[in-house]
Write a protein that binds this ligand. Sequence first.
Ligand SMILES: Cc1ncc(COP(=O)(O)O)c(C=O)c1O
Length: 377
Amino acid sequence: MQDVSARRETMLGFQPPAIGDEEIAAVAETLRSGWLTTGPRAAELERRMAEYLEAEHVLALASGTAALHLALVALGVGPGDEVITTPITWPATANVVVHTGATPIFVDVRDDDLNIDPARVAEAVTERTKAILPVDLAGQPCDLDPILALGVPVVEDAAHAAESRYRGRKVGSIADATCFSLYATKNIAAGEGGLIATNDAEVADAVRDLRLMRRGDGSRYDIPVPGYKANLSDVLASIALVQLDKVERHAEIRAQQFALYDDAVAELDGVKPLARDARDAHALHLYVVRIDPERAGATRDEYQRALADENIATSIHFLPVHLLTYYRERFPDQETLPVGERAGAEVLSLPLSPAHSDDDIGDAIAALQRVHARFTG
Ligand SMILES: Cc1ncc(COP(=O)(O)O)c(C=O)c1O
């Protein structure tokens, strides 16, 4: 029997990758094949992901950040333009807007799922708005229909949403361009990597030119645009292909972990998970709770420290981007965003990974229960 009254002896990782012998074998085989850089495995990943995402074109890239950046460049976003985005995201989402020379316009999120609020997006659209860049936080699709109805190109940051469906439609098949990440913690992980899914052949062609200097006929080459070095290596693509084979099995494990957390936090006053919309398929990428300090007896930061003392690693998704140093200094006139700012102080992500056992999640829950009892006792 597991002793749930005691602190874990070793640190429980927040989101360790679930890498098995199959991924190791695939890497060895790729290395033996002689393809270190982009080659047949990257092409196969694009084909299989296009099928999986129900999208006409998928382009493999070096990172989710590169995917977002090149999607914006492909849509012609540049100096003088505005791109509307959310403050509750990884800074990469806003950084790529800055890299194009455009200005990120942060608008506030909804209180229940912390995704961008479509009503506030509508209010923020101006004649300079060149794109809208919403995020599917934790795996919950953003509310795409009212955002798309505004008639402005939408680049969806689906770094957390490889398995998501919005009202029955696969995320990846809906927005003008949808960007995924293959970063080490993601549901389909290659270590590093990214994908753009689009049904727009012009966007796909532009990204092909931008991600790598276009090859000519062997003896000659030419460049239509000064491209970026943002292609995905076959070594990494071979890992992602195996992870794609396992995507459903891994999702089932995380679903079980979500269920364990849901049952446990329902009993903890002041600890509440983010809302998940039953009309959508959630990718179950992050289990985020909000810690209400009034009711939970302590702040999120105090909970995070107390859990670390219990050998439970947690994370924060996310600190509001507009409050980070660069954005505060560069855009000092940014309005306050009360919903996002409050959430940024309350969110805490609990350990979640197909590499964890139910006992591991049991340890995290037992630690959270002990910490909660201490703070509220
Ligand atoms: C919401 C979000 N957008 C973009 C990214 C960037 O992806 P990558 O790390 O693959 O560049 C991440 C994290 O990795 C993310 O969480």
